[in-house]
Design a protein around this ligand. Structure first.
Ligand code: PMP
Length: 420
């Protein structure tokens, strides 16, 4: 039994004592452990550190805000100025024209918010039977109630009541439009509220959408009058070289969830971009206009919103989205040769700074992670036994090439150990 009081998320606690790594500080694309080892942070934490670590500019802005006011809630006509400003800025960047912005504390919150809004939309539209939320195999949408019910990663669903946790959900193949259409027709479009999709599936293994898949999905949803929710918790805020992946892939969802890169992790924050079709009844200036009975104490937390504003300014002023596009082929070219390694099943890269090196699903990847770490490179495993690669945007081409070399020798060493 471990002696720690801290219960780690998504962790087999029996492994903690031998493998605990405490990160003490970070600069740019690297973090430093408590023992003083510098590690290139290939996963950018949990895909969050878009502008990189150690941005004192964000810390200073947050300190100034907190000295004036930590936060004030947004319920019942109250507000704080940073939340109002941030919403304007997000609406201007949104791939959904004329969007309204509902702020939350993180990605799972945003997913719950979007799923509730989708169901409420149809209830208000006089079609309350439209309640099913359809998601894709391998999908990850956080681990709140809705997220647990709709994930396509089975191990995250097991043990919580299965299909009765949030009733009326369904899953479809991640890449097959014909099968998705067949399932929507089987469920009956009169029963389906929304399809939710990560433009690039993240935790499931960085699965890039097949060409035409996302536009096809958007068209299918429109044709069957089903809402489309884009979960951009990972892909938002520059990860694929545009403010949102929906822009890059040319789709306009009805709802868009965001978190992580919205503050680059400097404080917890999330949000949902909402299209006119959905927000309109709630904003009607009539006495019987409905209220969205939903919200969090920290919806629009003032200091978190200031962190987001500063983060957006850094992304803009330093041209970091363009930098992601410049580095996109550099990362793909550095990792692709690993495909020839006998321990590697697949390398997926080529859309922004988002990649995965997939190992044999049954292989013990821990020696690879350990060897990489000894070479100064931090990575971790995604759900399909892939090495997670989504570095901060400030990573240099030289650091990318060093990371690829270290991963290659880590794979070589792990293979040698195995056969020894
Ligand atoms: N959606 C997606 C696509 C995610 O990747 C994540 C987190 N990895 C979430 C939702 C949940 O976000 P959070 O952990 O901030 O609740």
């Amino acid at each position: 039994m471990t002696s720690t009081s801290l219960w780690h998320p998504q962790t087999a606690m029996s492994t903690i004592e031998e493998s605990l790594t405490v990160i003490a500080s970070g600069r740019g694309a690297s973090v430093r452990t408590e023992d003083g080892q510098d590690l290139l942070d290939l996963p950018a934490g949990l895909w969050h550190a878009n502008v990189g670590h150690g941005r004192t500019r964000i810390a200073d802005a947050v300190r100034r805000q907190m000295a004036d006011l930590e936060t004030y809630h947004l319920f019942q006509g109250m507000a704080n100025r940073p939340a109002i400003r941030l919403a304007e800025r997000l609406a201007a960047l949104s791939p959904i024209p004329d969007a309204k912005v509902f702020l939350t504390s993180g990605g799972s919150d945003s997913v719950d918010t979007a799923c509730k809004l989708a169901r409420r939309h149809w209830q208000l539209a006089g079609r309350p039977g439209k309640r099913v939320i359809v998601s894709r195999q391998h999908a990850y949408h956080g681990l709140h109630g809705f997220g647990t019910s709709i994930t396509g990663i089975q191990s995250n669903r097991d043990g919580y009541g299965g299909d009765s946790l949030i009733p009326e959900t369904a899953r479809v193949p991640w890449d097959d439009l014909a099968a998705t259409e067949a399932e929507l027709l089987r469920l009956g479009p009169d029963n389906v509220a929304a399809v939710i999709a990560e433009p690039v599936i993240g935790t499931g293994g960085v699965l890039l959408p097949p060409p035409g898949y996302l536009t096809g999905l958007a068209e299918l949803c429109r044709r069957l009058d089903v809402l489309l929710i884009a979960d951009e918790v990972i892909t938002g805020f520059g990860r694929v070289g545009q403010w949102f992946a929906c822009r890059r892939f040319g789709i306009e969802p009805d709802l868009l969830t965001m978190a992580k890169g919205i503050t680059s992790g400097y404080l917890p924050l999330g949000g949902v971009l909402v299209s006119r079709r959905i927000w309109e009844p709630f904003f009607a200036e009539t006495p019987d206009a409905p209220t969205f009975r939903h919200g969090l104490t920290y919806s629009g937390h003032a200091a978190a919103c200031v962190a987001a504003e500063e983060n957006l300014s850094i992304l803009e002023e330093e041209g970091l989205l363009e930098r992601v596009l410049d580095l996109e082929p550099v990362l793909a070219q550095a990792l692709t040769p690993l495909r020839d390694h006998e321990a590697v099943v697949d390398v997926r890269a080529g859309t922004g700074l988002l990649a995965a090196v997939q190992l044999d699903p049954d292989a013990d990847a821990r020696p690879v992670l350990r060897a990489a770490r000894e070479g100064g490179v931090l990575t971790r495993l995604l759900a399909d036994n892939s090495l997670h690669v989504s570095p901060p945007f400030v990573i240099t081409a030289e650091e990318i090439s060093r990371a690829a070399d270290v991963l290659k020798s880590a794979l070589d060493r792990a293979r040698t150990l195995e056969s020894a």
